[in-house]
Design a protein around this ligand. Structure first.
Ligand code: PGA
Length: 251
């Protein structure tokens, strides 16, 4: 099986006023190394263009946290994938559990957003993951398989789509699954991708949920873990860079 380059992605969520966002981006850009893991930061919409300016030619990619499925039109408050591409994004997170919960996004919505991202030339990071109740009811593998089946577009390839497994109960809680639990879900996602896509073996599957500098090496060493999606710890440049430094070098 080919091993894709590790992706370390920071999801800033609804954090970062302009001055904080630009200084955080500056610090990440300053510490970013060429080679090793690919770095990505996903700030909130209003600061994307300014952060892009700060990143300049640093080896740090820019992404957004959501997009609308349509190109343009009467959708007050929404942002099209094309607009994100226009301000310098190359990735967009879709289907984060906070979107699925706060905005009642379904797998169908997530898939439409992922298709919009592909249409605009962005790489969607499609998020999946079970709730604690689902894990306790031994439904994890079924729930995740269902989300994978219905949220990922038919035209997905390893080069243009990233998958992120984020157990909802591990997000922002400081709790992480055991390495065995991570390995089990990632192996199932890999098997499902291989069954459906010719290059399923090469898709990047990120783990997300309470990743920090001190647990990154252990989580990133798990089979079929090709990177991390990081919330809280991505708001501190040194912590984010420490996670990147803990990533296996597959370049
Ligand atoms: P966390 O968030 O790292 O703060 O747990 C991860 C995420 O929601 O992407």
């Amino acid at each position: 099986m080919s091993s894709p380059r590790v992706l370390i992605a920071g999801n800033w969520k609804m954090n970062g006023r302009l001055s904080e966002a630009t200084s955080l981006a500056q610090a990440v850009a300053k510490g970013a190394k060429t080679g090793g893991a690919e770095l990505l930061i996903c700030p909130p919409f209003p600061v994307l263009a300014s952060v892009k300016g700060v990143l300049a030619s640093a080896p740090v990619a820019l992404g957004a946290q959501d997009c609308h499925a349509k190109v343009s039109g009467a959708h007050t408050g929404d942002v099209a994938a094309e607009m994100l591409r226009d301000v310098g994004c190359s990735y967009v997170i879709v289907g984060h559990s906070e979107r699925r919960t706060d905005h009642e996004e379904t797998d169908g919505d997530v898939r439409a957003k992922a298709e919009a991202a592909l249409r605009a030339g962005l790489k969607p990071i499609v998020c999946v993951g079970e709730t604690l109740a689902q894990r306790d009811a031994a439904q994890t593998l079924g729930v995740v398989a269902d989300q994978i089946a219905h949220s990922i577009p038919e035209t997905a390839t390893a080069a243009n789509v990233v998958v992120a497994y984020e157990p909802v109960w591990a997000i922002g809680t400081g709790r992480t699954p055991t390495v065995e639990q991570v390995a089990e879900v990632h192996a199932k996602i890999r098997a499902d991708l291989e069954a459906r896509f010719a290059d399923g073996a090469s898709f990047r599957i990120l783990y997300g949920g309470s990743v920090k500098g001190s647990n990154a090496a252990e989580l990133l060493a798990v089979a079929n873990v090709d990177g991390a999606l990081i919330g809280g710890a991505s708001l501190k440049a040194e912590e984010f860079l420490a996670i990147a430094a803990a990533a296996p070098d597959r370049t």
